[in-house]
Design a protein around this ligand. Sequence first.
Ligand code: EPU
Length: 333
Amino acid sequence: MFDLSHRTTLALRVQANEVVEIHSEAEASALCADRKRPWLVLSGGSNILLPAELTQPVLIPLIKGIVACEQNAESILIEVGAGESWNDLVWYCLEQGWYGLENLVEIPGWAGAAPIQNIGAYGVEVKDVLDSVRLVDLDNGTVMNRSAMDCQLAYRSSIFKHKEQDRWLISALRLRLWRQPHLNLSYAGIRAELEARGCRQPSPVDVAQAVRSMRQRKLVDPAVLPNAGSFFQNPVVSNEQLEEILRHEPDLMYFPDASGHAKLAAGWLIERCGLKGQSREGVGCSNQHALVVVNNRPGQNTLHEVLDWAGYVQSCVLDRFGVHLDIEPRIYH
Ligand code: EPU
């Protein structure tokens, strides 16, 4: 048996029958060609919920490397191994003068998982820089490229989270980055943070530092208290539904969505239900940010206790606002 309890940032108790680490795309391809299994791919473990007993064999892609593929005066195309730390990648690119990732600093996890839920923060998503992914077919080891356009990337979603879930191992990403700063300061919080730091003409590094301090202030460090970041997605509602909720909750927090609908702040909804800082069996909503579910009993609590708490939060929010909250991390039962 393999103990994976501290392999995920929520630190749930997990025992696995089999764990295989691979170090290259070729190794992954050979393994999958040889052994047709329902592999479970485990990356950085920051957005996944595993059951206490895992019978499925686990495949961990420790594929490293950041390579420049081609460049012109404006942009550079880089290929990043799936097992690179996302945060280290962001800082490395900044050091090289490759820009576009600065708003995505401090996101836990590995590069290979980034397209699965189209990671995003502070006005930028991986969708904005992703050129293509390299895939290994988990059924037969075939290797292929897929363009970002064919990955159906959307808010916290992609084809890899839905229609083609568990079909592929993402072995590498190709990212198109800028060679000159192209700042995205659309998120009001960044502008306010830069102003507070007296930064009038920010560089990409200034933006990364501003985002890092906002994240450190708002979010919970899994090394201090295990968690999986935002536990629920921000729900998108129709304008009719928005008006209806506003009739009862005039100070509701919401933002216009790209599709013309309204995105509600799930953290606000949960806090308004009185659940911020509340817990049951050592699992609860952080007192720092209500959207973050924390595990106060690392290595002891299981998926069962977490789903129990999540169900309670979902029912409170549904009862009060008539809105369903979707769980953000990938759940394996
Ligand atoms: N809020 C509350 N109470 C809380 C928490 C938040 O009222 O306990 C309010 C805040 O005051 C704020 C609003 O909710 O006005 C939104 O909060 P925040 O700016 O922290 O962003 P979020 O919508 O909760 C999303 C992403 C984060 C990302 C931030 C910044 C989702 C599910 N989460 O959080 O992503 O870092 O925006 O862009 O979209 C993640 O996915 O794991 C993650 C951390």
